[in-house]
Design a protein around this ligand. Structure first.
Ligand code: M6P
Ligand code: ZN
Length: 170
């Protein structure tokens, strides 16, 4: 449906038919610096790191991707939980992150290796223009819930972003 008005809440997204993707530690283990700490966590289960709620949409350049993500609080060693992080494949378009609750950072790194950190909090917008790989880190002790908007025709490039190894610096 190309016209809608719904609350910015995961439950309302689900009622509206959102696809929920659950990301567990085992699916992104190699991205964390402390592999032994990750192995220890995995011995006691496979923690959910984050959940993405994506409304059904056409992959059309005239539409927008309007996701809500719930990023849980926690650490792998001394590294806070984070999303996988990605570039957008060409055309490398922008993305905006609007905090709904909790606090964290939008970590971005470009292809020249420049690393920047932008604050994510309720009522703030953080904007990553094209060419910046982006990931969100939960630096707080509560769920970090954020809304992200990008072009609906983006293709996630996780491989190039993983090579950057962009991290929350302590
Ligand atoms: C935000 C957007 C999505 C992304 C999600 C999880 O909602 O950036 O496009 O899928 O975060 O991030 P990632 O794909 O890097 O795991
Ligand atoms: Zn993106």
């Amino acid at each position: 449906e190309k016209l809608f008005s719904i609350p910015l809440l995961p439950a309302d997204y689900e009622t509206y038919g959102a696809l929920k993707t659950v990301r567990r530690l085992s699916q992104m283990k190699s991205l964390y610096a402390d592999q032994e700490a990750a192995d220890r966590l995995l011995e006691n289960g496979d923690p959910v790191i984050y959940e993405v709620y994506e409304l059904p949409h056409p992959n059309d350049e005239t539409d927008l991707l309007v996701n809500i993500t719930v990023l849980y609080p926690g650490y792998v060693g001394d590294e806070p939980y984070m999303t996988k992080g990605h570039f957008h494949r060409e055309p490398d378009t922008a993305e905006a992150v609007i905090g709904l609750s909790g606090e964290g950072e939008l970590l971005v790194q470009n292809r020249e290796g420049e690393l920047r950190s932008l604050k994510v909090a309720a009522g703030r917008i953080s904007y990553a223009g094209g060419g910046w790989a982006h990931r969100v880190v939960n630096t707080g002790s509560e769920n970090l819930v954020f809304f992200a908007v990008s072009g609906a025709n983006i293709v996630h490039d996780y491989e190039t972003a993983a090579e950057l190894n962009f991290k929350k610096r302590q």
